[in-house]
Design a protein around this ligand. Structure first.
Ligand code: 8YV
Length: 321
């Protein structure tokens, strides 16, 4: 039987499904492997179900000379050197579609938390500081009627726009190429250039892949273009935002707040974020609902089965998503 490795804990049904077809080594104890351990575990694998935290590069591929497919359990695949995989004929797949609605829900949650100071309010209450009601306490920003600017407008961005319509928000979006007019009309979304989006939005939300072209597309200059009472939400990837510049903007209050699910160098993050009240911080859990994580794990497994067991084309190759 062909050998398959699952690098992090998933769900029993996924392992059971893989075991029908493969000799499976799975990290169901969810140990944090050292790099050397990981490299030795994949040495005989023909298929590897990776997590977004696994770095798949030449070193990794050298350690896995039999590998034919890397099935990443995430829609983003910036943890994978796709060119290195292509050079070796290794298929790379991801998990598009199954997490769109879940991540869109979470994006709205982070937006509301940041605008309405929910995290700050909870910290205040838990630390025993709430002694009396007062009228001007923790005044935040309205969501309804506000302008939402989406940078990135793929499936998840569109799911966010649909929700924003329900809140009565005006929706702007910025992408390299416009979506079709019918979709723009359906989502009441207007394509604008990046500067206009930054200048007019009350909430700027990032939902695009991290690549060398999107590195630090939100830095000091872009933050200075945002309104002083605006909010930045990043549910995409660390590295799209220059975290040091964001910390400065939050500290100087040149923007109102931020809601962040991702960070440069995560799971480490710049400790200065922790000192700021006007930022909502979460540990990259945008897709972390149980049904969604189950669906993501099964999607990755189905790609392994298609390619290795059935000799079929991958269901979700990254070069056509
Ligand atoms: C993943 C994500 O859970 O799918 C993505 O791209 O950001 C999340 O849904 C994360 O990458 C951890 O694997």
């Amino acid at each position: 039987m062909r050998k398959v490795v699952v690098t992090r804990e998933v769900f029993k049904e996924t392992i059971d499904f893989l075991r029908i077809h493969f000799d499976v080594t799975s990290n169901q104890d969810d140990r944090s492997y050292s790099r050397d351990e990981l490299l030795s575990i994949v040495s005989e694998a023909e298929g590897i179900q990776t997590a977004g935290s696994d770095q798949v590069n030449d070193e990794f591929l050298d350690a896995a000379p039999q590998v034919k497919i890397i099935a990443n359990t995430a829609v983003g695949y910036n943890n994978i050197d796709v060119q290195a995989c292509l050079r070796r004929g290794v298929v790379v797949t991801n998990t598009p579609g199954v997490l769109d609605e879940c991540v869109a829900d979470y994006a709205l949650g982070l937006m509301i938390s940041a605008c309405r100071r929910i995290g700050e309010g909870e910290r205040y209450l838990r630390s025993g500081q709430w002694k009396a009601f007062y009228f001007k306490q923790m005044l935040g920003l309205d969501i309804h009627g506000a302008t939402l600017g989406l940078i990135g407008f793929g499936r998840i961005g569109q799911a966010i726009a649909r929700r924003a319509n329900g809140f009565g928000m005006r929706v702007l979006y910025h992408t390299r190429s416009r979506v079709c007019e019918a979709l723009e009309n359906d989502l009441h979304a207007t394509h604008v250039d990046k500067s206009q989006l930054l200048e007019e939005s009350d909430v700027v939300m990032l939902i695009l892949p991290y690549t060398k072209d999107t590195h630090h597309i939100i830095g000091e200059r872009e933050l200075s273009q945002m309104k002083s009472r605006s909010v930045l939400v990043n549910i995409a990837r660390g590295g799209i935002v220059d975290d040091a510049a964001l910390i400065k903007a939050l500290r100087d209050k040149t923007i109102f707040a931020a809601g962040l699910d991702v960070y440069e160098g995560e799971p480490q993050l710049n400790p200065e974020f922790l000192e700021l009240e006007n930022v909502v911080l979460s540990p990259h859990i945008g897709s972390a609902s149980e049904p969604t994580r189950r669906a993501m794990a099964m999607t990755a497994a189905k790609n392994l089965v298609a390619v290795l067991a059935n000799n079929e084309a991958p269901i979700n190759p990254v070069n056509s998503t």
